[in-house]
Design a protein around this ligand. Structure first.
Ligand code: HEM
Length: 275
Protein backbone atom coordinates (compact mmCIF):
# COMPACT_ATOMS: atom_id res chain seq x y z
CA UNK A 1 0.00 0.00 0.00
CA UNK A 2 1.32 3.44 -0.99
CA UNK A 3 2.35 6.02 1.61
CA UNK A 4 1.53 8.84 -0.83
CA UNK A 5 -1.81 10.41 0.28
CA UNK A 6 -2.61 11.25 -3.39
CA UNK A 7 -1.96 7.76 -4.65
CA UNK A 8 -4.96 5.92 -6.20
CA UNK A 9 -4.52 3.35 -3.44
CA UNK A 10 -4.09 5.50 -0.35
CA UNK A 11 -3.10 3.95 2.92
CA UNK A 12 -6.06 2.89 5.00
CA UNK A 13 -6.54 3.24 8.74
CA UNK A 14 -6.16 -0.52 9.16
CA UNK A 15 -2.95 -0.59 7.11
CA UNK A 16 -1.33 2.25 9.00
CA UNK A 17 -2.09 0.69 12.38
CA UNK A 18 -1.42 -2.90 11.39
CA UNK A 19 -4.87 -3.78 12.65
CA UNK A 20 -4.99 -7.10 10.79
CA UNK A 21 -2.15 -8.34 12.97
CA UNK A 22 -3.19 -6.50 16.13
CA UNK A 23 -6.79 -7.66 16.13
CA UNK A 24 -5.88 -11.20 15.13
CA UNK A 25 -3.53 -11.51 18.11
CA UNK A 26 -6.06 -12.58 20.74
CA UNK A 27 -6.03 -16.35 21.10
CA UNK A 28 -8.27 -17.55 23.93
CA UNK A 29 -7.21 -21.06 25.01
CA UNK A 30 -10.12 -22.34 27.04
CA UNK A 31 -11.99 -25.41 25.78
CA UNK A 32 -14.94 -24.99 25.65
CA UNK A 33 -14.53 -21.21 24.98
CA UNK A 34 -15.13 -18.97 28.00
CA UNK A 35 -16.66 -15.50 27.67
CA UNK A 36 -14.30 -13.76 30.14
CA UNK A 37 -10.96 -14.88 28.73
CA UNK A 38 -10.93 -12.11 26.09
CA UNK A 39 -10.95 -9.45 28.84
CA UNK A 40 -7.99 -11.12 30.51
CA UNK A 41 -5.98 -11.22 27.27
CA UNK A 42 -6.78 -7.65 26.21
CA UNK A 43 -6.00 -6.28 29.67
CA UNK A 44 -2.51 -7.79 29.40
CA UNK A 45 -1.97 -6.80 25.78
CA UNK A 46 -2.96 -3.17 26.33
CA UNK A 47 -0.65 -3.07 29.36
CA UNK A 48 2.20 -4.38 27.20
CA UNK A 49 1.51 -1.73 24.55
CA UNK A 50 1.68 1.00 27.20
CA UNK A 51 4.86 -0.57 28.64
CA UNK A 52 6.34 -0.29 25.15
CA UNK A 53 5.63 3.44 25.06
CA UNK A 54 6.88 3.91 28.64
CA UNK A 55 10.18 2.29 27.64
CA UNK A 56 10.42 4.49 24.56
CA UNK A 57 9.82 7.66 26.59
CA UNK A 58 12.04 6.70 29.52
CA UNK A 59 14.97 5.80 27.28
CA UNK A 60 14.66 9.17 25.64
CA UNK A 61 14.33 10.94 29.01
CA UNK A 62 17.49 9.20 30.17
CA UNK A 63 19.41 10.19 27.06
CA UNK A 64 18.23 13.79 27.44
CA UNK A 65 19.49 13.83 31.05
CA UNK A 66 22.84 12.62 29.73
CA UNK A 67 22.85 15.53 27.26
CA UNK A 68 21.96 18.02 30.05
CA UNK A 69 18.62 18.72 28.35
CA UNK A 70 16.67 18.83 31.57
CA UNK A 71 13.51 20.57 30.36
CA UNK A 72 13.08 18.25 27.38
CA UNK A 73 13.60 15.28 29.66
CA UNK A 74 10.89 16.50 32.05
CA UNK A 75 8.52 16.69 29.09
CA UNK A 76 9.12 12.96 28.48
CA UNK A 77 8.55 12.17 32.14
CA UNK A 78 5.28 14.12 32.14
CA UNK A 79 3.98 11.81 29.42
CA UNK A 80 5.14 8.72 31.31
CA UNK A 81 3.24 9.89 34.38
CA UNK A 82 -0.01 10.10 32.38
CA UNK A 83 0.56 6.61 30.97
CA UNK A 84 1.15 5.30 34.48
CA UNK A 85 -2.12 6.89 35.61
CA UNK A 86 -3.92 5.19 32.72
CA UNK A 87 -2.34 1.83 33.56
CA UNK A 88 -3.36 2.15 37.19
CA UNK A 89 -6.90 3.25 36.33
CA UNK A 90 -7.18 0.30 33.94
CA UNK A 91 -7.16 -2.21 36.83
CA UNK A 92 -10.82 -1.33 37.44
CA UNK A 93 -11.72 -3.09 34.17
CA UNK A 94 -10.05 -6.33 35.26
CA UNK A 95 -11.59 -6.00 38.72
CA UNK A 96 -14.95 -6.84 37.10
CA UNK A 97 -13.58 -10.39 36.68
CA UNK A 98 -14.98 -12.50 39.52
CA UNK A 99 -13.18 -15.50 41.07
CA UNK A 100 -15.71 -17.84 39.42
CA UNK A 101 -15.17 -16.25 36.02
CA UNK A 102 -11.37 -16.46 36.30
CA UNK A 103 -11.67 -20.11 37.39
CA UNK A 104 -13.34 -20.95 34.05
CA UNK A 105 -10.07 -20.46 32.14
CA UNK A 106 -7.25 -20.25 34.71
CA UNK A 107 -5.94 -23.78 34.08
CA UNK A 108 -5.46 -22.92 30.40
CA UNK A 109 -2.86 -20.26 31.27
CA UNK A 110 -0.70 -23.11 32.59
CA UNK A 111 2.54 -21.61 33.97
CA UNK A 112 2.38 -18.30 32.09
CA UNK A 113 2.52 -15.23 34.36
CA UNK A 114 3.09 -11.47 34.27
CA UNK A 115 6.30 -12.31 36.11
CA UNK A 116 7.60 -13.24 32.66
CA UNK A 117 6.91 -9.78 31.18
CA UNK A 118 10.22 -8.69 29.71
CA UNK A 119 9.01 -5.13 29.11
CA UNK A 120 7.94 -4.73 32.73
CA UNK A 121 11.36 -5.88 33.87
CA UNK A 122 13.03 -3.56 31.36
CA UNK A 123 11.09 -0.60 32.80
CA UNK A 124 12.25 -1.60 36.27
CA UNK A 125 15.86 -1.78 35.06
CA UNK A 126 15.58 1.57 33.32
CA UNK A 127 14.25 3.22 36.46
CA UNK A 128 17.07 1.71 38.52
CA UNK A 129 15.95 -1.62 40.00
CA UNK A 130 18.74 -3.71 38.45
CA UNK A 131 18.58 -7.42 39.23
CA UNK A 132 20.80 -9.66 37.05
CA UNK A 133 19.00 -12.78 38.38
CA UNK A 134 15.93 -11.76 36.36
CA UNK A 135 17.73 -12.66 33.11
CA UNK A 136 17.38 -16.35 33.94
CA UNK A 137 13.58 -16.07 33.66
CA UNK A 138 14.09 -15.50 29.90
CA UNK A 139 16.58 -18.29 29.16
CA UNK A 140 14.10 -19.92 26.77
CA UNK A 141 13.39 -16.62 24.93
CA UNK A 142 16.66 -15.34 23.44
CA UNK A 143 15.15 -12.11 22.03
CA UNK A 144 13.71 -11.13 25.41
CA UNK A 145 16.87 -12.13 27.22
CA UNK A 146 19.00 -10.02 24.87
CA UNK A 147 16.78 -6.96 25.36
CA UNK A 148 17.00 -7.32 29.11
CA UNK A 149 20.76 -7.96 29.06
CA UNK A 150 21.15 -4.75 27.05
CA UNK A 151 19.01 -2.81 29.52
CA UNK A 152 21.02 -4.24 32.40
CA UNK A 153 24.28 -2.92 30.93
CA UNK A 154 22.85 0.54 30.19
CA UNK A 155 22.74 3.20 32.93
CA UNK A 156 19.39 3.76 34.60
CA UNK A 157 17.56 7.09 34.74
CA UNK A 158 18.85 7.41 38.31
CA UNK A 159 22.49 6.67 37.32
CA UNK A 160 22.30 9.35 34.66
CA UNK A 161 20.59 11.85 36.96
CA UNK A 162 23.35 11.41 39.57
CA UNK A 163 25.94 12.00 36.85
CA UNK A 164 24.13 15.19 35.88
CA UNK A 165 24.27 16.31 39.53
CA UNK A 166 28.00 15.59 39.50
CA UNK A 167 28.43 17.77 36.40
CA UNK A 168 26.49 20.54 38.15
CA UNK A 169 29.10 20.51 40.90
CA UNK A 170 27.27 18.56 43.61
CA UNK A 171 29.40 16.25 45.76
CA UNK A 172 28.20 12.95 44.28
CA UNK A 173 30.69 10.30 45.42
CA UNK A 174 32.87 8.61 42.74
CA UNK A 175 31.52 5.18 43.81
CA UNK A 176 28.12 6.29 42.50
CA UNK A 177 29.44 7.99 39.35
CA UNK A 178 31.70 5.13 38.28
CA UNK A 179 29.67 2.20 39.53
CA UNK A 180 29.08 -0.96 37.49
CA UNK A 181 25.59 -0.08 36.27
CA UNK A 182 24.72 -3.74 35.66
CA UNK A 183 24.67 -4.41 39.42
CA UNK A 184 22.01 -3.51 42.00
CA UNK A 185 22.25 0.10 43.15
CA UNK A 186 23.68 0.69 46.64
CA UNK A 187 22.54 3.90 48.43
CA UNK A 188 25.09 6.44 49.67
CA UNK A 189 24.84 8.82 52.63
CA UNK A 190 26.71 11.44 50.60
CA UNK A 191 23.89 11.49 48.06
CA UNK A 192 21.34 12.03 50.81
CA UNK A 193 23.42 15.07 51.75
CA UNK A 194 23.33 16.31 48.15
CA UNK A 195 19.54 16.08 48.15
CA UNK A 196 19.46 17.75 51.55
CA UNK A 197 21.30 20.71 50.08
CA UNK A 198 18.90 20.87 47.12
CA UNK A 199 15.76 20.59 49.28
CA UNK A 200 17.05 23.18 51.74
CA UNK A 201 17.13 25.88 49.06
CA UNK A 202 14.58 25.16 46.29
CA UNK A 203 14.72 28.61 44.63
CA UNK A 204 18.47 28.28 44.15
CA UNK A 205 18.30 24.78 42.64
CA UNK A 206 14.84 24.98 41.11
CA UNK A 207 15.24 22.82 37.97
CA UNK A 208 17.06 20.08 39.91
CA UNK A 209 14.59 20.29 42.76
CA UNK A 210 11.71 19.97 40.27
CA UNK A 211 13.39 16.96 38.67
CA UNK A 212 13.77 15.26 42.05
CA UNK A 213 10.04 15.67 42.60
CA UNK A 214 9.29 14.31 39.12
CA UNK A 215 11.30 11.20 39.97
CA UNK A 216 9.36 10.79 43.21
CA UNK A 217 6.13 11.12 41.20
CA UNK A 218 7.33 8.34 38.89
CA UNK A 219 8.08 6.03 41.80
CA UNK A 220 4.84 6.93 43.52
CA UNK A 221 2.89 6.09 40.36
CA UNK A 222 4.79 2.84 39.94
CA UNK A 223 3.88 1.84 43.50
CA UNK A 224 0.22 2.71 42.89
CA UNK A 225 0.26 0.36 39.89
CA UNK A 226 1.83 -2.38 42.02
CA UNK A 227 -0.71 -1.83 44.78
CA UNK A 228 -3.71 -1.94 42.43
CA UNK A 229 -2.30 -5.10 40.84
CA UNK A 230 -2.00 -6.67 44.28
CA UNK A 231 -5.52 -5.70 45.35
CA UNK A 232 -7.03 -6.84 42.03
CA UNK A 233 -5.18 -10.15 42.30
CA UNK A 234 -6.35 -10.50 45.91
CA UNK A 235 -10.00 -10.06 45.02
CA UNK A 236 -9.71 -12.59 42.19
CA UNK A 237 -7.51 -15.36 43.69
CA UNK A 238 -7.32 -14.49 47.41
CA UNK A 239 -4.38 -16.27 49.06
CA UNK A 240 -3.82 -18.82 46.26
CA UNK A 241 -0.36 -19.21 44.65
CA UNK A 242 0.27 -17.55 41.28
CA UNK A 243 0.44 -19.32 37.92
CA UNK A 244 4.14 -18.33 37.85
CA UNK A 245 4.73 -20.43 40.97
CA UNK A 246 5.07 -17.67 43.59
CA UNK A 247 3.15 -17.36 46.85
CA UNK A 248 0.84 -14.92 45.02
CA UNK A 249 -0.36 -11.87 46.95
CA UNK A 250 2.38 -12.30 49.58
CA UNK A 251 5.01 -12.16 46.84
CA UNK A 252 3.43 -9.03 45.34
CA UNK A 253 3.29 -7.35 48.76
CA UNK A 254 7.07 -7.68 49.14
CA UNK A 255 7.60 -5.74 45.89
CA UNK A 256 6.03 -2.70 47.59
CA UNK A 257 9.19 -2.43 49.72
CA UNK A 258 11.36 -1.85 46.65
CA UNK A 259 12.49 1.66 45.79
CA UNK A 260 14.13 3.08 42.67
CA UNK A 261 15.44 6.29 44.21
CA UNK A 262 16.32 5.42 47.83
CA UNK A 263 18.11 8.62 48.80
CA UNK A 264 15.18 10.74 47.64
CA UNK A 265 13.12 9.01 50.30
CA UNK A 266 15.78 9.01 53.04
CA UNK A 267 16.16 12.76 52.71
CA UNK A 268 12.43 13.22 53.34
CA UNK A 269 12.72 11.51 56.72
CA UNK A 270 15.58 13.78 57.65
CA UNK A 271 13.75 16.93 56.60
CA UNK A 272 10.62 15.82 58.47
CA UNK A 273 12.69 15.40 61.62
CA UNK A 274 14.30 18.78 61.22
CA UNK A 275 17.76 17.32 60.63
C1 HEM B 1 -6.50 -12.15 36.99
C2 HEM B 1 -5.52 -11.33 36.75
C3 HEM B 1 -4.15 -11.45 37.36
C4 HEM B 1 -3.71 -12.27 38.35
C5 HEM B 1 -4.51 -13.31 39.16
C6 HEM B 1 -2.30 -12.00 38.51
C7 HEM B 1 -1.50 -12.64 39.43
C8 HEM B 1 -0.15 -12.43 39.56
C9 HEM B 1 0.70 -13.11 40.52
C10 HEM B 1 0.20 -14.12 41.55
C11 HEM B 1 1.96 -12.70 40.32
C12 HEM B 1 3.23 -13.19 41.04
C13 HEM B 1 3.98 -14.16 40.14
C14 HEM B 1 3.22 -15.48 39.95
O1 HEM B 1 3.30 -16.35 40.80
O2 HEM B 1 2.57 -15.63 38.91
C15 HEM B 1 1.93 -11.73 39.25
C16 HEM B 1 3.02 -11.05 38.77
C17 HEM B 1 2.97 -10.07 37.81
N1 HEM B 1 1.85 -9.71 37.07
FE1 HEM B 1 -0.02 -10.29 37.40
N2 HEM B 1 -1.92 -11.02 37.64
C18 HEM B 1 -3.00 -10.66 36.91
C19 HEM B 1 -3.06 -9.71 35.91
C20 HEM B 1 -1.98 -9.01 35.45
C21 HEM B 1 -2.01 -8.03 34.38
C22 HEM B 1 -3.25 -7.60 33.60
C23 HEM B 1 -0.75 -7.58 34.20
C24 HEM B 1 -0.36 -6.58 33.18
C25 HEM B 1 0.71 -6.72 32.42
C26 HEM B 1 0.10 -8.26 35.16
C27 HEM B 1 1.45 -8.10 35.28
C28 HEM B 1 2.24 -8.72 36.22
C29 HEM B 1 3.65 -8.44 36.38
C30 HEM B 1 4.46 -7.43 35.61
C31 HEM B 1 4.11 -9.28 37.40
C32 HEM B 1 5.52 -9.31 37.98
C33 HEM B 1 5.53 -8.42 39.23
C34 HEM B 1 6.86 -8.42 39.99
O3 HEM B 1 7.73 -9.25 39.72
O4 HEM B 1 7.01 -7.57 40.90
N3 HEM B 1 -0.69 -9.10 35.90
N4 HEM B 1 0.63 -11.57 38.82
Amino acid sequence: MSTDPHSPTPMSYADYLGLDTLLASQHPRAVPPQHDELLFIIQHQTSELWFKLVLHELRSARDLFAADELQASLKRLARVKHIQATLTQQWSVLATLTPSEYATFRTFLATSSGFQSVQYRAVEFLLGNKNPDMLRVFDAEPGARDLLAEMLREPSIYDVFLQLLGRRGFAVPPEALERDVATPYVPHDAIVEVFHEIYSDPPRYWDIYETCEELVDLEDNFQLWRFRHLKTVERIIGGAPGTGGSSGVEFLRRALDQTFFPELYTVRGQIAQGQ
